[in-house]
Ligand binder design. Sequence first.
Ligand SMILES: [Ca+2]
Length: 285
Amino acid sequence: MPPTPRPRLRPRLRSRLGRRPLSAAAMALAASAPLVPAAPSAAAEAPTAAPAATAAACPADGFCEDFESQTGTLPSGRWSAGAPNCSGSGSASVDSSVARSGGKSLRIDGGGGYCNHVFAGTTLDDVDTSAPFWARFHVRHTTALPAAHVTFAALRDSADNGRDLRMGGQNGALQWNRESDDATLPEQSPNGVSMSRPLPVGTWTCVEFRVDGSTGHLETWVDGTSVQGLAVDGTPTHDIDGQWLRRADWRPRLTDLRLGWESYGGETDTLWFDDVAVGGSRIGC
Ligand SMILES: [Ca+2]
């Protein structure tokens, strides 16, 4: 596919500068970054409509990760790969052929079945998760979200016996799931599912979420737009957070962020993550 026209880069950088200063290094990285990496296969073909990639915004009260400083194929530094329960053919690696920014991203080859789960995770030790915090990542994948339940991001909740808050999909749309009681957000009624949205394949998608551990509220944005079905606002709404709020005392204290794949049916997917950022205020895409 033809590369995204370069002239889009500078107007976007200017508009970003208007909201938030970029360091000279970030500007230089953004200006020099290839907009679309070489596609190693049809399954990983480069996007045609992706925005010009800029260096990851890096919150002063959190962290950011563009995977550019990773030197090997195994995630290192603040990231480690693992499968805490059991493992199979699923793998997490640093991919030097597909990237949203720069030349590298985190690649997850997710196999079918629970024991193919795999994650690359980092602690959130440098983020105050007792206060509201925001996370942002860009993700692309090859296979539409299935009908069966899958997870591609998980956060350990130390206030919920160490069980996970999970982000993934079910019934073809994005979904949050609470491991401890299997509550879903939205509820998996047709009307509930319709208030979420699919995760597009073959293109980078910006996913943001905000968790407020003091209230148990949760909000989610996809490509900058808040998703009605992926929000907990404290007032039970049928088809959305009614089931979630049956546990009215859920006050998560999240201690890590893991990106990967957990398939409770037999579904497989290949996913890439890039430009991860977590901090105490909204980071944006
Ligand atoms: Ca990158």
